[in-house]
Design a protein around this ligand. Structure first.
Ligand code: KIV
Ligand code: ZN
Length: 547
């Protein structure tokens, strides 16, 4: 993939490395929605998954390649995204990755093999010579299938640099077009990592024929700094995730790298094709679907990233925003206005405001849903802000298919009564069901009443609540995670590490009544779990028929 020297390619791995973080599991529809948004954002390469990992992963990558792969609308580059699939360095993995991505007009096989002595000795139990041979065979096989092949020496950050130049020189000869240098365990410091990239680029035979890429993990909180050091040393592809999600402490955050490059042209002298006004929307979507809450002080996309509390800062900001603001909120898709629209605003004004917020592509049905909620909120809340509108959108639109729908809840509680909840739900058969339950608190009572109707057992493993804006009438946003029991329990194996963990399902809901928000979050998680049960059954039937 050739590109100008001052362009940095954005390789997004939210759907692969990001989704590998326990608890962030996404279903096929959610992955498709996110891939659409990554295309709008202007991502150059979308690593859509690890196709051999499961039939669900394969299907998600295949559909992204087919449905999102050809899209060019709104993209600065005018080119569609490259759709990449990950594969270990063996033929079955590579064949499966190719099958999954091949429908995309621009597709890539990304194959990896560990090169550090620790991994060779303890994980792969092979010597360096065998490692070189396996890398050559994998890349030769992949480049026989497609022109765009990326190779990653896993744990490069702890590998012998001289040995790396040998492996990398061989895979260039075998047809690799991008070489990615992962700091898999987030061990290096910016100086070390920058030096490593510089050394590899200047000592690997054929280095000038490939794109050099950086891939960092945040175990020491250095992922963004390391990535930028790699870019300054000559890398022209960065592997990142939205909100920095990923295994353990996560991956390098897309928004941080993109905004650092955009805000400091005198330091980097580089550019990306990202439409930065889509960053906030992308962050919210990924957070809603993965259930990974963004910390308020997170750079660029945290709720406080552009808030100025201290009196001295507010005073300076009123005189000139240059005093304390290095980026304009609008640049990342945040509008500066506080009061946006009122109860007398019409659908047209609402839609046009959604366009300004970066939601130009929402369907009429979705806009209508959001508009109805907005009107109800205006009756209850004096000031409706952009943050409220984004919470409504996440609550109404970034939701799984409704197997069961919550119609109403009623709760009675207090310090002298036993919390009691009544729920009214619509079932998959279109019939209305009602039941009631007592609980240790109002949320517990609601969840028990819903369980009595829906009848699936699970454990609530996480519950968090946050106010979207300040004030007593603020909208509350609840994010939860549940783990199914028995028959619905699903062990997910990470083929990169071999570790397995029980799959959990996240749900989110927003309302200015926090008990209603909690009920909506629970329905969202339950619906995801029930859809996954259906998908699993369908996959098992397909496999049985194929045998
Ligand atoms: O961190 C890592 O080493 C990876 C590789 C598979 C690129 O994610
Ligand atoms: Zn990684």
């Amino acid at each position: 993939m050739s590109h100008p020297d001052d362009a940095v390619l954005i390789f997004d791995t939210t759907l692969r490395d990001g989704e590998q973080s326990p608890g962030a599991t996404l279903n096929v529809d959610e992955k498709l929605e996110i891939a659409h948004q990554l295309s709008r954002l202007g991502v150059d390469i979308c690593e859509a998954g690890f196709p051999i990992a499961s039939p669900g992963d394969f299907e998600a990558v295949r559909r992204i390649a087919q449905e999102v792969g050809p899209l060019t609308e709104g993209r600065k580059s005018g080119q569609p995204m490259v759709i990449a699939g990950l594969a270990r360095a063996n033929k079955p993995d590579i064949a499966r990755a190719y099958e999954a991505v091949k429908a995309a007009p621009r597709h890539r096989i990304h194959t990896f093999l560990a090169t550090s002595d620790i991994h060779l000795q303890f994980k792969l139990k092979i010597d360096r010579e065998e490692c070189i041979q396996r890398a050559i065979e994998a890349v030769t096989h992949a480049s026989g299938l497609c022109d765009d092949v990326e190779f990653s020496p896993e744990d490069a950050g702890r590998s012998d640099a001289q040995f790396l130049t040998v492996v990398l020189g061989e895979v260039i000869k075998a047809g690799a077009t991008t070489l990615n240098i992962p700091d898999t365990v987030g061990y290096t410091t910016p100086e070390e990592y920058g030096r490593l990239i510089e050394y590899l680029i200047s000592h690997t035979p054929g280095a000038e024929r490939v794109v050099w890429s950086v891939h960092c993990h945040d175990d020491l909180g250095l992922a963004t700094a390391n990535t930028l050091a790699g870019v300054r040393a000559g890398a022209r592809q960065v592997e990142v995730t939205v909100n920095g999600i990923g295994e353990r402490a996560g991956n390098t955050s897309l928004e941080e790298v993109v905004m650092a490059i955009a805000t400091r042209p005198q330091v980097f002298g580089l550019h990306t094709d990202i439409d930065t006004t889509q960053l906030t929307r992308t962050s919210r979507m990924v957070s809603a679907y993965t259930g990974m809450v963004v910390q308020p002080n997170k750079a660029i996309v945290g709720a406080n990233a552009f808030a100025h509390e201290a009196g001295i800062h507010q005073d300076g900001m009123l005189k000139s925003s240059l005093t304390y603001e290095i980026m304009r909120p609008e640049t990342v898709g945040l509008l500066s206005s506080r009061l946006v629209l009122g109860k007398h605003s019409g659908r047209h004004a609402f839609r046009s405001h959604l366009n300004d917020l970066g939601y130009a592509d929402l369907s009429d049905k979705d806009v209508n849903l959001a508009f109805e909620r907005f009107k109800r909120l205006c009756d209850m809340k004096k000031i409706v802000t952009d943050a409220d509108i984004e919470a409504i959108i996440a609550d109404e639109i970034y939701q799984p298919r409704e197997v069961w729908r919550l119609n109403h809840i009623q709760v009675s509680c207090g310090d002298h009564s036993i919390p009691t909840a009544t729920v009214n739900l619509m079932g998959p058969d279109g019939k209305v069901y009602e039941d009631a339950a007592l609980g240790s608190g109002p949320v517990d009572a609601v969840y028990k009443a819903i369980n009595r109707v829906v009848g699936v057992v699970n454990t609530l493993t996480e519950f968090s609540i946050k106010a979207v804006t300040e004030g007593i009438d603020a909208v509350g946003e609840v994010t939860i995670r549940i783990q199914p029991h028995n028959g619905d329990r699903d062990e997910v194996v990470n083929p990169q590490t071999g570790q397995s963990f029980a799959r959990t399902f996240s749900g989110h809901g927003a309302d200015n009544d926090i008990i209603v928000a909690a009920a909506r979050a629970y329905m969202s998680a339950l619906n995801k779990m029930l859809t996954a049960r259906e998908e699993k059954g369908a996959n098992e039937r397909q496999t049985a028929n194929a045998v």
